[in-house]
Design a protein around this ligand. Sequence first.
Ligand code: ADP
Ligand code: MG
Length: 313
Amino acid sequence: ATPAATMVGTTIGAQNGVLFEGGDVLERVRDVDTVVFDKTGTLTNGEMELTDVVSVGPRADGGELQYDEESLDEDGVLRLAASAERDSEHPLARAIVEGAEERGLDLVSPESFENVPGQGVRATVDGREVLVGNRTLLSEADVDVGPAEETAERLESEGKTAMFVASAPTGTSEGEVVGVLANADTVKATSAEAVRTLRERGTDVWLITGDNERTARAVAEEVGIDPENVRAEVLPGDKADAVSDIQSDGRKAMMVGDGVNDAPALAAAFVGVAIGSGTDVAIEAADVTLMRDDPVDVVRATRISEGTLAKIK
Ligand code: ADP
Ligand code: MG
């Protein structure tokens, strides 16, 4: 593009809350044929709220209960999980802790705490080893999620993120799933419109998330993304590879994300787009920043690039 076209496009963008970084970005945006959306915080508001606490068990083992019944009621499960999540900054963790506080539960400080990226947390609470997280977290600790699977699947098919809570007496390998928690997030008001408009323009739309397959598909359905274009359970370190994979057949993908996790994927994409309320790391990695956090501004970015480049050559 001529310097004049670039200047016009960049100015119109800025007036519309779409910040293009650098001269050749407008041209790249025009050539995009695929848009990959991150789920949490991009298509959804990213404001998690604890909606469900389900206790699993107590189950008898050799005639004896593994744990005292009291610790296994809903409040017991939530108190254990929220205490384990106390030191975690993850939005899922914050929602669990807030939910426990709203219910007036007294949380304790964990004796130990470990964050397992893309999976959950591991902590010691009241002398028990506690796990809160997804299936991978539990299965890697040899804990059977079976007794909680049905509950989790039900919650996930409602588009919620289900998290398993497991507990074991410290130093033993007798971990058992004691409950399931679910956090709900809400889809942004304009996500479906953004997806529909992009698809009408012939752009292929994908969804990528660390969240589980069932939750991801429920959200995809709500916004109008085909199930085969959903990449779920992508570990934080693997998002960039997933984007490269989508681009491997020569596609030119625009990746739209907000999180620290998304930054490498934004850099790997043909065009990286950051949501303005997202993390600084994402904004730094991006070629375009959307100041209004509105997914429809992805369409606006495309229109601005096409419009200015077509008019001024
Ligand atoms: P996202 O891409 O949705 O931001 P992450 O990659 O951070 O998700 O995490 C992937 C999955 O790991 C979550 O959907 C959740 O099941 C689990 N998880 C991660 N962190 C936590 C946590 N602090 N507590 C419970 N579960 C967690
Ligand atoms: Mg996100």
